[in-house]
Design a protein around this ligand. Sequence first.
Ligand code: FES
Ligand SMILES: [Fe+2]
Length: 338
Amino acid sequence: MGSPPPWPTDCWYAVGLSSQVGRQPLGHRFQGSDVVLMRDHGGRVLAFEGRCAHRGCSLAGGWSRDDRLVCPYHGWQYDAEGSCVRIPALRAEESIPRQARLRTFPTRERHGFIWLWVAGHQSSPVGEVQDIPELAGLTLRDGGDMAFTYGTHFTRTIENGIDPTHAAFVHGKSIGRVDPLADFSLERYPVTVEAGSLYGRMPIKVKKLTGLTRLLLRGDAANAFKEYRFLYPNVVVSIVHFGAVTLAALQAHVPDSDSATTVRVTNGRNFLIATPGLNRLFDRITLDTGLQISREDAAVITEQEPRQVSFRGSNEVLIESDRILVEYRRMMREHARI
Ligand code: FES
Ligand SMILES: [Fe+2]
């Protein structure tokens, strides 16, 4: 008997960026395998396992024809349900073997992402992709969409995404430097736990800002705070407020394998939406800043041991400022059998 899958199952994973998925099949690593995403004529996203049932060719190199996924090696064609419906080399008296089929995933498209239902006991979806109330009043922009691959387990990248106390030490270049003797303690901040979702709000502790954030904040530090929302099992929404300005980064932490995670990010904001030129300039700045932040995080979190957070019997020492991480670990312990 194999061990149980090292991933939470029976839940919606955000896997792809809406902006990246078109009629042409797009391959992503996912949970140690490959998936292929493509749109049909109606714009609906189809998701297939990424290996051809014939002889294991990658379907990411294939194409779409009449809403069927075509393998690039011998041209087998798969319909939306994953059934092979055409084999060019099949003789007239032969019928298509019943095993000639691909696993498919139920999909949703929301919050700038493509979501796949990963079945454990429930082969069809139970429940819907969750709402993100903090996005009300924000406009999602795909101009700063990006992906960054970290050489570690997705539990580490997620914890990094909701970690409220590392910015001053890790993000000096991208966000802002601080006096290392400053007081970084956080007053007890509220963390709300709902079914499958976790929300915390805390002050921003960086004093001397660089780059993009300096333009926005202009010394308005008293009015600066951030919000984190975690949507089980793999989405983090990170929102910063500088006075009237709000910026959101929506992150899908996609487990490529048990040792690599691609974080796909889309952004929302409440300003510079409608001014052509300026909005694209700001998308560009968002993208550059996001990549810099990711590189800074990667340098630290790919060196954490163990690679995968242990939710049971860990001897890591968490403190009150880590409360949102404590709640994350509790939620994973309760929901995920990993
Ligand atoms: S491997 Fe896909 S058609 Fe042969
Ligand atoms: Fe970070």
